[in-house]
Design a protein around this ligand. Sequence first.
Ligand SMILES: [Zn+2]
Length: 220
Amino acid sequence: MVEHPRIVLLGLPGSGKGTQAAFMTKAWGVPAFSSGEYFRNLRRAGALSAEIAAKISAGGLVSDEDVSAIVVEAFLSTQRAQAGFVLDGYPRTVAQAAFLDEYLSKQSLGLSAVIYIDLPEEVAFKRIAGRRICPQDGDVYNVHYSPSSREGFCDRCGSALVQRDDDREESVSVRMRKYDEVTKVLTGYYARRHILISVDGSLTPDDVFCRIAQELDDKA
Ligand SMILES: [Zn+2]
């Protein structure tokens, strides 16, 4: 295994990036940073301007400079990110990717690998648009793949399940389109640097992780 791996995860929303990031944290002890989650938390805490919150809510993005500055300040420059990390949701543009390269190379560092979790768009769409969450305990269901036994209610506590704002179909379509472009551009960018690893996202989460670990070992 690569020591102190510095990893970027790419893939459509619903491809399982968050799950794989959690596996990596558990298996390798590296912290994961999800920019999407970070922005959602800021928005929930009322710490984002109404304009930025509305953009994000519509599946839109803030500027490359803003995003990069936030990711550095909130995560990359912190002590916990010094011995490896997993980035989920950043970079999203070539400008951000170039910024990240430059930021790392200033410390004589580079990415260990960029992992692309490849999943057909229609599967990714169902995974996201079908997602329902229990507001009480955070349990996650999917109306297509893992429904609760009583439709619309949590199995554990009986609360009415909710759908996250940006999981609604209109919002998901926008996100998918954006991510599709993003993914194409960034997989090309990193393939040219010979650090791209593609894995089949339709496998079980355990199998996806096994493939990733194997590929990283082969690379090392
Ligand atoms: Zn519940």
